[in-house]
Design a protein around this ligand. Structure first.
Ligand code: TYD
Ligand code: MG
Length: 456
């Protein structure tokens, strides 16, 4: 016997923690005033709905798999981030700041998808007229693209079952409403409900659905974690709106690796793929000045070069300012402490800034040595030569520790015409003799070795 009851629940809008009780501070993420009331229809049953006698579990070797089917998007960068194309029946969340280019990306791939597939693009944000104008600008003229402006998610889901498109795009989840949830569009309960409906829609019709989601000021998707574990893949579109390039990153992917990134450039006719991001990121870098250095980080299987800038300027008043953009603030402080205690460079009365050019975030420890070099170069006003690539993790005693994929990084540096490479000494064994002929390798044991080699 089962009966339906209406229950009140409280859900944290920041982390998705839910509880039957209201809290001023979320017990999970410790944010204040984030618990929001939602009504859930709860099916209170006295026991299991299926008898245990009806259940079976299958031995894994007897489960047959047909080859998972993927659609290519015509954009190699996007396909790679997706793990080799769009998997049928999957729910893919595309997140990013408003105006970063999410709608542009989705509309743009419609031209290629439309060659073979029927695409339904549902917008709750723009009128059909606006979408048509944008499509023209993006050279999307396929007759297989169908535009619908609608916010009622249940109606959309019914329409999808009836129209049977091959792929659906929902722009954006924040504008969708389900009348089963009693709150305004964009609230946690609405987003949760709408995503649930879309998930069923994707699985029942075995079609992929893209969901656009805007992120809030902290860089999380509104109602973030709830969405993340409901969907199959979460892609984030990052980058500075002022700058032309955008990075697409997978935060979760049930059908591929989360290490891959895709790089795009926003132009007059939409997004263009950037096949050689390193060249773009370091182009236009100033030559012969102090306080800049080129780092090499791995983004998935690709080495990417990025310009790291450091500035040390005398503090005028009070405590020195410390600021890091594109690099972890605490890690910068740690590096400064290492430089002070282990290498004898003092930043105590210096405002210190670190900036990674191009809106890139360097979260791999291999960038440590580049940050250290940029800072010391600025402090001593001595130039790091601009034909050098640097990478290596810096430890607390000033040692330079080995990193993964050393050979790949060095060969990329050689390929792009750099003359020298600072690498951790322990990585020297990874470098083939052939490669050593192409580029000069400077193996360092300690940060001081790097300073001696480059700054004097
Ligand atoms: P959009 O895709 O609307 O962003 P989102 O859906 O993530 O909110 O991107 C809009 C921005 O991109 C807008 O600022 C204008 C710019 N843009 C171009 O520079 N070139 C183009 O061809 C298009 C379509 C947009
Ligand atoms: Mg948009």
């Amino acid at each position: 016997m089962s009966k339906n009851t209406n229950k009140t629940m409280y859900v944290c809008t920041e982390c998705g923690y839910d509880s039957p009780k209201w809290y001023g501070q979320c017990p999970a993420c410790k944010q204040w005033n984030t618990m929001e009331e939602i009504k859930v229809t709860h099916s209170a049953s006295s026991g299991a709905t299926v008898s245990a006698l009806d259940l079976t579990a299958q031995p894994i070797d007897q489960i047959s798999i047909t080859d998972e089917h993927r659609y290519l998007t015509g954009m190699k960068e996007l396909d790679r981030v997706l793990g080799g194309g769009i998997v049928q029946g999957s729910l893919i969340l595309l997140g990013g700041d408003p105006g970063i280019g999410k709608s542009t990306l989705l509309l743009q791939i419609c031209e290629f998808l439309g060659k073979k597939l029927k695409v339904l693009y549902v917008s709750g944000e723009e009128s059909a007229h606006q979408i048509k104008l944008r499509a023209n600008r993006l050279n999307v003229y396929t007759e297989n693209l169908f535009i619908m402006t609608q916010k009622d998610i249940l109606a959309i889901s019914d329409y999808v079952a009836h129209m049977k498109p091959d792929i659906v795009m929902i722009d954006s989840i924040q504008t969708m409403v389900a009348n089963t949830a009693q709150s305004s569009a964009g609230s946690v309960s609405q987003i949760r409900e709408c995503t649930n409906i879309l998930m069923n829609c994707a699985k029942n019709n075995n079609i992929p659905i893209f969901i656009v989601g805007h992120v809030n000021k902290d860089g999380d998707l509104a109602g973030p974690k709830i969405l993340e574990h409901m969907v199959d893949a979460v892609l984030y579109f990052e980058g500075d709106k002022q700058l032309a390039y955008r990075i697409l990153r997978a935060a979760k992917n049930r059908f591929g690796s989360t290490n891959e990134i895709g790089v795009f450039e926003m132009g007059d006719t939409g997004l263009r793929e950037v096949e050689n991001p390193s060249l773009m990121l370091i182009s236009g870098r100033p030559k012969g000045v102090s306080g800049t250095c080129i780092a090499c980080v791995m983004e998935g299987t690709r080495p990417i070069f990025a310009e790291v800038q450091g500035l040390a300027a005398p503090t005028n008043f009070g405590n020195p300012r410390r600021m890091a953009t594109g690099f972890d603030y605490n890690r910068m402080n740690m590096l400064i402490a290492v430089l002070e205690m282990k290498a004898g460079y003092f930043f105590g009365n210096m405002d210190t800034y670190v900036n990674v050019i191009g809106g890139l975030k360097l979260d791999e420890p291999a960038a440590d040595i580049s940050v250290a070099l940029a800072l010391v170069s600025s402090l001593k006003d001595q130039v790091v030569p601009d034909d050098v690539i640097t990478f290596g993790e810096v430890g607390l005693v000033g040692e330079v520790r080995s990193v993964v994929c050393c050979e790949q990084r060095v060969s990329e540096a050689a390929r792009l015409g750099f003359a020298r490479c600072i690498i951790p000494k322990n990585n020297l064994k990874n470098i083939s003799a052939k490669l050593k002929n192409k580029i000069e390798i400077i193996a360092v044991d300690n940060v001081r070795d790097a300073f001696e080699a480059l700054l004097n």
